[in-house]
Design a protein around this ligand. Structure first.
Ligand code: F6P
Length: 547
């Protein structure tokens, strides 16, 4: 019996350990040679996405073992609990009902009805900004919208607005400010005119330091720009689950759009938090995004586990993290407009599954949420792909590609796609010592030089990756893609026995940030702080005294 801490949780653990052993004796290349049908066997299509996971360390037996593992933790039941609104966020005793935020033709549940009502109000606001009937304090129409928010109140909308650039209506420019670093909002203020700028203060809790400080700076800027206090409502709207706090802050009650406790911040882009998205791409496209996600929800709910895209995505990462000790995963979208996807997925995956306590409060001794990283297009090929090809880490990769571009420079899109496919092929096939020697010989290199260089030119290969392919990056396919990752994260949470929906780990830093700030402000540094922290505080005090 294995001494892995998860062995008792999964009946198929022993079988999976055997598979792991078998896989170490065979290469991906050989797996393809043995089974001419492999590409079709290990792929599936749902909600406009094709998921090719054939270049992973699995055979039918491994796959069956992973599906059995999902059954032994009743993943099917867990999916139903999530989607019907059971309190799956057990530490906060709430549901995680982001699926209620999707587009539903006929809202049925109370939550879906609340969402539909709020999004009707959002649609009116968007129309009034687009048709120029919403005006600023001087009577100017709105040219620029600034979303002030951080984490889930920033990363999702920011990523989608960039991803759907070809769908921008052109009625307004949409900007984002997140960091408490004043440089970010200051730079933006230099470029904008307060008379034609609308701020969206997006904060579920309405108590986030960064957002409140940026909102106060924006308020001062608008007032200094000549706006009478009585007309501030023309320049500020808010989205929050604490409507009273937003009103107390000074946002007019009719300009506050609710969100709810049953929506996690990092799962909220489909709600009123998506106002900046709707302003950028219009309400119809925003609804198409939400409807793509609804299609993926239905697939997640209805498809059997062995044909379920988010489930298989989660199982693969489970396989690599538990049986190969992979600590990171790379997200490589070969689509320029998806450049913010890795940053968005960092919060989604790492804030959700970066835990070391089980749902029932037991300490965890196995790996949990992995480190997500990546970049867009071929940029990585001229940078970290060296490590992917010849380094010593096993890093499962998701390549994301589109068959059609939105721009007319077709041959560049062909190059982009070809590079994506070639990277996934090269990582798998590698290049042997013999092939390296032959290549050097064909280049006329002398034998001594070949002996010196050949080993450096070897690509070990046998590195796993998956490809997620779509016809084109549209609101619908993007909605489906994001929902697939949301559900993958939940799948992993269920397998790993953790609550994917709380984030207590961000609290301590926030509290200490306030303490350090107070110490600097009062120059009263607690005597029991460590010498490093004390010195760093003193450095700032001295430097700013001198100014
Ligand atoms: O600090 C983490 C966090 O709570 C995230 O979970 C959240 O998305 C972000 O801060 C912003 O929170 P809020 O929307 O409440 O301002």
């Amino acid at each position: 019996m294995s001494d892995h801490p998860l062995a008792k949780r999964f009946e198929s653990w022993g079988q999976l350990e055997e598979c792991r052993e078998q896989m170490s004796r065979i290469t991906l290349r050989e797996l393809f040679e043995q089974d001419s049908n492999r590409a079709s066997r290990f792929q599936l299509t749902a909600a406009g996405l094709k998921f090719d996971y054939s270049k992973n360390f699995i055979n039918q037996q491994t796959f069956n073992g992973l599906i059995a593992a999902a059954h032994s933790v009743d993943l099917k039941g867990a999916i139903s609990k999530l989607l019907r609104g059971d309190p799956v966020n057990n530490t906060e005793n709430r549901p995680a009902l982001h699926s209620a935020l999707r587009f539903h033709n006929e809202p049925e549940t109370d939550e879906q009805k609340q969402v539909a009502e709020t999004l009707e109000r959002i649609a009116k606001l968007v129309t009034s900004v687009h048709d120029k009937s919403w005006t600023g304090f001087k009577g100017d129409s709105i040219t620029d919208v600034v979303n002030i928010g951080i984490g889930g109140s920033d990363l999702g909308p920011r990523m989608i607005v960039k991803a759907l650039t070809p769908y921008h209506t052109g009625d307004v420019n949409v900007h984002f400010v997140a960091n408490v670093d004043g440089a970010e909002i200051y730079d933006l203020m230099q470029a904008l005119d307060p008379a034609s700028t609308l701020f969206i203060v997006a904060s579920k809790s309405f108590s986030t330091l960064e957002t409140l400080e940026n909102a106060l700076s924006a308020r001062r800027w608008v007032l200094e720009g000549g706006c009478p206090e009585s007309q501030l409502a023309k320049h500020f709207v808010a989205i929050s689950s604490k409507v009273d706090k937003a009103v107390e802050f000074g946002i007019a009650a009719e300009n506050v759009f609710p969100m709810w406790d049953w929506v996690g911040g990092r799962y909220s882009l489909w709600s009123a938090i998506g106002l900046s998205i709707a302003l950028a791409i219009g309400v119809d496209n925003f609804n198409a995004l939400r409807s793509g996600a609804a299609t993926m929800d239905a697939h997640f709910r209805d498809a059997p586990l062995e044909k379920n895209m988010p489930v298989i995505m989660g199982l693969l990462m489970f396989w690599y993290s538990q049986f190969y000790r992979s600590q990171t995963q790379a997200i490589l979208p070969y689509a320029f407009h998806l450049q913010l996807l890795p940053a968005y997925l960092q919060q989604l995956e790492m804030e959700s599954n970066g835990k070391s306590i089980t749902k029932d409060g037991e300490r965890i001794t196995y790996p949990t949420g992995s480190i997500v990283w990546g970049t867009e297009g071929t940029n990585g090929q001229h940078s970290f792909h060296q490590l992917l090809h010849q380094g010593t880490h096993l890093i499962p990769i998701d390549f994301i590609a589109t068959l059609k571009a939105h721009h007319p420079i077709q041959h560049q899109h062909r190059f982009l796609y070809a590079n994506c496919v070639a990277q996934s092929q090269a990582l798998m096939t590698g290049r042997s010592l013999e092939a390296s020697i032959a290549e050097l010989r064909s280049q006329g290199v002398d034998e001594d030089e070949i002996a010196r260089l050949a080993a450096h030119k070897v690509h070990p290969g046998n590195r796993p990756s998956s490809v997620i392919l779509m016809e084109q990056l549209t609101p619908k396919t993007l909605g489906a893609l994001i929902a697939a990752y949301e559900h993958k994260v939940y799948t992993l949470g269920v397998l790993l026995d953790i609550n994917s929906f709380d984030q207590w780990g961000v609290e301590l830093g926030k509290q200490l940030g306030t303490h350090v700030n107070n110490a600097i402000e009062t120059t009263d540094i607690p005597g029991d702080w460590d010498s490093s922290t004390r010195q760093l505080v003193e450095d700032f005090c001295h430097s700013n005294d001198e100014l």
